[in-house]
Design a protein around this ligand. Structure first.
Ligand SMILES: [Fe+2]
Ligand SMILES: [Fe+2]
Length: 301
């Protein structure tokens, strides 16, 4: 249905930010925007974290019509500037037992939440032709990603670290070309990254319990529970957008772009029950379970 998004307006963060900000670069108004497109543009382009964490106002109106706006990068202060992956080393899961390594892992998880927040806002701007209910759902998920980021920020504070103290990568933003249509966005973000987090969050929660850090385990359990709903959202809308004569798995496989694939949509462990609760069909779950989990480098987990 939305196989080809019309990407008629491409914009760099700096040029689009300048149209939102005043001549001196300062925001025109600190009042919360009441139109979804204004709110999302401001969230993505704002350089400071506190602006990105401003929750969507309850009276936010979803735009009707309008042209797609494809932002190529978020606005970021120097502290949160996206760095090449080689400059940001994240300890493996086994490091969770050590408090200082755990802090570095939590920082990386917080970075994932920041990018998810920005990219759900990005999709609202990129796909104005989608149903209002779809974009309202994107905004609801965005608010939960903000909540997750705050949960991890709280955990970082107890580990003597503040978000931004360490470098951050553009792990999700780097996959922007794989998200050029509503279906592609759902496949990459919902059915790959968030799908894999159904395993990762569980693995980290277990590691937190083993490390006798129940507060971190509790934060991860909240993220895990929310993520099931986010995966459900992606699956439900894939059912709406796909062709009638194909399954969701077939639609996923013709849409997802390498190197993203089922092998990147799961962890080393496989939480089948989570996928069942997320409403995925048996064919999709079986394909995930049969896949060999791969790291972003292509090496098996
Ligand atoms: Fe999240
Ligand atoms: Fe999520």
């Amino acid at each position: 249905m939305f196989a080809q998004a019309r990407c008629s307006r491409f914009s760099s963060a700096s040029s689009a930010f300048s149209s939102w900000a005043g001549a001196d670069g300062a925001p025109r108004s600190s009042a919360s925007p009441s139109l979804a497109s204004d709110y999302c543009r401001r969230l993505i382009l704002a350089p400071e974290l506190e602006d990105k964490l401003e929750p969507p106002p309850s009276n936010l109106e979803i735009d009707v019509g309008g042209e797609p706006l494809i932002l190529r990068a978020p606005g970021r202060s120097e502290r949160l500037r996206i760095r090449p992956a080689r400059e940001v080393k994240v300890p493996p899961l086994i490091g969770f037992s050590d408090k200082s390594q755990r802090a570095r892992i939590l920082h990386a998880l917080a970075n994932h939440e920041l990018q998810a927040t920005e990219l759900f806002a990005w999709a609202v701007l990129a796909f104005p032709e989608t149903p209002v209910a779809f974009r309202r759902g994107l905004i609801q998920i965005l608010a939960e990603e903000q909540k997750h980021l705050n949960l991890y920020r709280e955990r970082l504070a107890t580990h003597d670290l503040e978000f931004g103290d360490l470098g951050v990568t553009g792990h999700f933003w780097n996959q922007l070309d794989a998200m050029s249509t509503p279906m592609a966005f759902l496949c990459a973000m919902g059915l790959t990254f968030e799908n894999a987090n159904l395993d990762f969050a569980g693995e980290y929660a277990e590691a937190a319990i083993a490390a006798e850090d129940p507060e971190t385990a509790r934060a991860l359990a909240i993220v895990h529970e929310d993520e099931e709903r986010h995966v459900r959202f992606a699956y439900r809308w894939m059912q709406r957008f796909k062709n009638d004569d194909e399954s969701v798995l077939e639609a996923y496989e013709r849409t997802i772009q390498f190197p993203l694939c089922t092998a990147r949509a799961r962890g080393k462990t496989f939480d089948r029950d989570s996928r069942v609760r997320a409403g995925l069909d048996d064919e999709f779950i079986d394909a995930l379970e049969a896949a060999t989990a791969l790291r972003p480098s292509g090496v098996p987990r």
